[in-house]
Ligand binder design. Structure first.
Ligand code: PMP
Length: 453
């Protein structure tokens, strides 16, 4: 019989063998690691039996909580039929059924589904698809992209090329293709009301007027820019960007990897402004946070750009070994059934409204500068000087410190610099949400005000 390894043994092997993502390993190895053994509802339980709220939905993807009977069953049922077969030259049952469902629930006009495995691969596909679409049409000059300042679209080379967060992306510059970058409207940092939005739209319009003949597509995180600090666009911005792109024959790619599947209080963030992108990338919540799966959806017009006789060489030569994996598609279907049976999107919208009333108490604290929220996608920005909106210095590691205190108190979060991310599983009850934000509040007060006492 294999005995369960002790915490000490696991901790030592974790240090010896694992290299963790987005982690300075020297720091990490100096501390005792958190090692998760199981999940229960909206909590994670470590090998020492300590329970934590999953306050960032296991990196923004958990929907119905962990160990959900309906989702577990969907996987075991599919497992008894087949775990994997390829989509190269053949299809499988759940991949077909899910594609139909995705076309049904995404903005009207998106009619074709191209699967992959994670957000970044979905973005790579979107970029290559947009690029090749124009080549296939014989318009060979449209080879460049537009991205937004501080954008994040994943960690593969194409996705990093359209990324614009210096800390993550700068070092790879010599390896990358270079997009045009327009400002992202950050209203917390604007000089006067409306200035940020105006600057974004004017820059885009000018760029499109001058350069649209060389631009294939613009890629945008709709409504909320996530990794830059949960920055919510001013109303009307997304629609205007989409309209400008369309007016200048530039494709509009919506990266809904973080915002999709109910997170912002609509099934997809584009719905807030009734925008239909030419290409849309979805991942994360697609399987309820269970298995790696992504999809890039395209309009019929894009698809038709590739639909030709073989000799014309218009085929989209892209595909991954696990594309359309039946287990992932089966659990995604079960996830979508739960969305419907539980009326989850409406629940998120209602919870979001309720949660908004809690923030004034936070904003009274001297280092809470801004709280941005769309649905259950929330960023709390901590500042050194509230009056002047001065950020904490990077070396203060204020987000990390608050996060560490949250962990001791039983809530897992992962900060983005000075911004605390609060993205609980969408199924969290009001009691659970209340407990989570009580911990958040206590940790913020203790760390930011305690330090000065
Ligand atoms: N796009 C956006 C907007 C994201 O937030 C992320 C991940 N946080 C990605 C793409 C990349 O997704 P993945 O980590 O699944 O590759």
């Amino acid at each position: 019989m294999i005995s369960t390894p002790s915490y000490a043994e696991l901790a030592s092997k974790n240090k010896k063998y694992l290299w963790h993502p987005f982690t300075q390993m020297k720091d990490y190895c100096e501390n005792d690691p958190l090692i998760i053994e199981r999940g229960e509802g909206v909590t994670l339980i470590d090998v020492n039996n300590k329970k934590y709220y999953d306050g960032f939905s296991s990196i923004w993807l958990n929907v119905h909580g962990h160990c959900v009977p309906e989702l577990n069953q969907a996987i075991t049922k599919q497992l008894e039929l087949i775990a994997h077969s390829t989509l190269l030259g053949m299809a499988n049952v759940p991949a077909i059924q899910l594609a139909e469902k995705l076309v049904e629930i995404t903005p009207e006009g998106l009619t074709k589904v191209f699967y992959s495995d994670c957000g970044a691969t979905g973005v790579e596909i979107a970029l290559k698809m947009a690029f090749q679409y124009w080549q296939n049409k014989g318009i060979s000059g449209k080879t460049r992209f537009i991205t937004m300042n501080q954008a994040y679209h994943g960690d593969t080379i194409g996705a990093v090329s359209v990324g614009a967060i210096p800390l993550y992306h700068q070092v790879y510059k010599p390896l990358l293709f270079s997009p045009y970058t327009i400002p992202y409207p950050n209203t917390y940092r604007e000089e006067k009301d409306g200035a940020a939005l105006e600057e974004t739209l004017q820059s885009l319009e000018k760029l499109l007027q001058e350069k649209s003949s060389e631009i294939a597509a613009i890629i945008v995180e709709p409504i909320v820019q996530g990794a830059s600090g949960m920055i919510v666009m001013p109303e009307g911005c997304l629609k205007k960007i989409a309209e400008l792109a369309s007016a200048h024959q530039v494709l509009f790619i919506a990266d809904e990897v973080a915002t999709g599947f109910g997170r912002t209080g609509k099934m997809f963030a584009c719905e807030h402004e009734e925008v239909t992108p030419d290409i849309m990338v979805i991942a994360k919540g697609i399987t309820g946070g269970y298995l790696p799966l992504a999809a890039t959806l395209a309009t019929d017009e894009i698809y038709q750009g590739f639909y030709a006789n073989y000799e014309e060489q218009k085929t989209f030569f892209h595909g991954h070994s696990y594309t359309g994996n039946p287990l992932g598609c089966a659990v995604a279907l079960a996830n979508l059934e739960l969305f419907e049976s539980k009326g989850l999107v409406d629940k998120v919208a209602a919870d979001a409204k309720w949660l908004k009333q809690k923030w004034p108490a936070f904003l009274e604290r001297k280092h809470v500068g801004d709280i941005r929220q769309k649905g259950l996608m929330i960023g709390i920005e901590l500042v050194a000087d509230k009056q002047k909106r001065t950020p904490y210095h990077w070396n203060d590691r204020i987000g990390v410190k608050v996060s560490q205190r949250c962990k001791e108190l039983g809530l897992l979060t992962r900060p983005l610099g000075n911004v605390l991310v609060f993205m609980p599983p969408l199924s969290s009850t009001r009691d659970e949400l209340t407990e989570m934000i009580q911990i958040l509040y206590q940790a913020i007060v203790e760390v930011t005000e305690g330090r000065e006492a």
